[in-house]
Design a protein around this ligand. Structure first.
Ligand SMILES: Nc1ncnc2c1ncn2[C@@H]1O[C@H](COP(=O)(O)OP(=O)(O)OP(=O)(O)O)[C@@H](O)[C@H]1O
Length: 585
């Protein structure tokens, strides 16, 4: 599913001004330099007229030649400076957009991310923001400087000969009408092209995220087709945009040529009747020639703006996804002596989306501080969802969840999460070093603490074996670690936060007996000082739990110890007999 296209919202030019406002001074400076370049250029025809005058009156032309050379050099220097200032400003606008967009994406609600394609979001940060560069430096400035130069040129033309100006303006007005018809087509094609880039990003993310599965399923060709289709769609739409942009650009060239010929004809007649002299006609023709650049600049700006506007709208769509409130600074982690947390669910009803069935139909349970509570139940019963709700990745539709007797809704999100350590079932490992991964949740942990946690999670042996110890790169998604090692890294990472509540979604994959037993001891150890909740898949975990919550189809069926439940709850008895992995039990 892709991000909903929003038709409403502020127009693109308002969004653009919002991005540009902080850089308005630099932009204005750059525009001024560009304008100065245009103006110095504008003086050339006047000097040329003087030169022709001097020639026809047999006067020395050295002064006029020197003036022309000086103007040309000054024009080039000021022009280069202007281009540099504008490009730099445009890059700063892109930087701002990338910064704000990436900060925003990190704050996105998990529910919002569920409904989008990460690859598409990535394309919006990388590719769409790039388009802001051109829209700032070329479009906005082009419109300003080109527009002003155009007006200045027209004023000069009016001063030289108003009749010829009238002829020129009529031709330009015709060109303007054509451009007005072309611009929306460029916008539509650009938006489609960027959308296809997003689709390609999503397809790439899908393939690279599961490359082993794709290869093992022999699905390379099918996936390749999807990638190529998206790339081709982007190509098709970009070519369409290019076609219309070229048509717009050529309209400008054509208009100037028509104006040139018309001015030559009408001007020639006026010279013949003696209304104007040859010098005036030459100066006017030079001005017509001078119109090319600002006119093309303005038309280019209009075309470029259409592309930028399409990107701006896509960026804005991402910025409208629901996000968590911004956090100014990370909340402090629990201190070593902090008391464990107590958790309670009161009649919690929850579904992942309005169009999906309820996952929790009124879940109620109480977990006192300290000790280990195991959640068991058939697949899909809603056990992992309990953890997602505790972390506030989602909020319940009704009912209440309390931590230490205080509703989760009243906790500041970062303080709530700081109190919790969460080990997910598939135990993601981020690309980077093993140390980066361990310290992800607590960058402040000292070497002694780290060594202690490595020992309890039995990772010390692994670290000793690795060529570069803790600094060994563990690869994208931890592909260089085994499933069991990944799970232990995730537990170590959570323990380093000294959580007051540890949520452990047990891996369904088997660990070897030694590590299994070690992990069980670790969890039992942690449960003496912390509240531990485990979604349990192993009989060995369940039997050592202080209490077991049996869930079925979004409800809590029973709570008790293994001994109690085996006799009291038929579902539990069946699970215990058939479904649990029995390792070490
Ligand atoms: N992000 C999500 N969006 C929509 N539905 C979801 C999402 N996550 C889980 N579900 C659905 O919610 C239901 C409960 O899922 P949950 O992961 O809580 O089950 P579970 O009891 O932990 O199962 P298992 O033991 O197989 O891990 C399932 O039917 C699942 O399809």
């Amino acid at each position: 599913m892709s991000i909903a296209e929003t038709e409403t919202g502020p127009p693109a030019w308002r969004l653009l001004l919002g991005y540009v406002r902080p850089h308005r001074r630099a932009l204005f400076g750059g525009a001024l330099l560009s304008l100065l370049t245009g103006l110095t250029g504008l003086l050339l025809p006047l000097v040329a007229r003087g030169l022709i005058d001097d020639l026809s009156h047999d006067r020395a032309i050295t002064g006029a030649l020197l003036a022309m050379s000086g103007l040309v050099v000054a024009n080039a220097m000021v022009g280069a400076l202007g281009v540099y200032v504008l490009r730099r400003t445009a890059e700063s606008v892109v930087l701002d957009a990338r910064r704000s967009l990436s900060s925003y994406l990190l704050r996105l609600r998990v529910a919002a991310v569920d409904r989008t394609e990460p690859g598409d979001l990535m394309a919006r940060i990388t590719s769409d923001t790039t388009l802001l560069r051109a829209v700032t430096s070329e479009s906005l400035v082009g419109l300003g400087t080109g527009g002003l130069t155009l007006v200045a040129t027209i004023v000069m033309m009016g001063l030289v000969d108003p009749v010829l100006l009238g002829v020129t303006l009529a031709v330009i007005a015709g060109a303007g009408t054509v451009i007005g018809l072309i611009a929306p087509r460029i916008n539509r094609a650009s938006k489609e092209a960027q959308k296809a880039v997003g689709v390609m990003g999503a397809a790439l993310e899908r393939v690279l995220g599961a490359l082993r599965t794709v290869k093992a399923s022999g699905a390379e060709h099918r996936e390749e087709r999807a990638l190529h289709d998206a790339a081709e769609e982007s190509w098709r739409q970009s070519v369409r945009a290019a076609k219309w942009s070229a048509a717009a650009g050529n309209t400008a060239g054509l208009a100037i040529q028509i104006a040139f010929i018309t001015v030559l004809a009408v001007g020639g007649a006026r010279v013949a009747t003696g209304a104007v002299d040859v010098g005036t006609l030459v100066a006017f023709l030079l001005y017509v020639f001078f119109l090319i650049s600002p006119l093309q600049e303005v038309i280019g700006a209009v075309a470029q703006y259409q592309t930028g506007a399409a990107a701006l709208v896509r960026i804005q769509e991402a910025l409208r996804l629901p996000a968590e409130p911004p956090v100014r600074s990370a909340a402090p982690l629990p201190s070593p002596g902090d008391r464990p947390a107590a958790l309670a669910f009161h009649d919690v009803r929850f579904r992942y989306a309005d169009d999906l069935p309820y996952v929790h139909h009124g879940v109620t349970f109480d977990v006192p501080a300290r000790g280990m509570t195991a959640f068991v139940g058939p697949s899909g019963a809603g056990k992992t969802t309990v953890f997602s709700l505790v972390e506030r990745f989602y909020d319940p539709e009704s009912g209440e969840i309390t931590l230490d007797g205080r509703s989760l809704a009243d906790w500041e999100l970062s303080s709530l999460r700081a109190a919790i350590g969460y080990v997910e079932q598939d135990a993601p490992v981020l690309s980077g070093s093993l140390r980066d991964n361990l310290l992800l949740g607590n960058g402040e942990a000292d070497d002694d603490t780290l060594a202690g946690v490595l020992k309890t999670t039995r990772l010390d042996g692994l670290v000793a074996r690795l060529p570069m110890g803790l600094d060994t790169l563990v690869g994208h998604r931890g592909t260089k670690l085994s499933g069991g090692e990944r799970q232990r890294v995730a537990i170590a990472r959570a323990l380093l936060r000294r959580p007051r509540l540890l949520l452990l979604d047990e891996a369904t994959s088997q660990l070897d007996a030694v590590n299994e037993a070690a992990l069980r001891d670790t969890v039992a150890d942690v449960a003496r000082t912390t509240t531990v909740l485990v979604v349990a898949h192993r009989l060995s975990t369940v039997t050592m739990a202080d209490r077991i919550v049996v869930m079925d189809a979004g409800r809590v069926r029973a709570v008790g110890t293994h001994r109690e439940l085996v006799t009291a709850d038929p579902l539990y008895a069946e699970l215990a007999a058939t479904q649990f992995l029995a390792t070490g039990g």
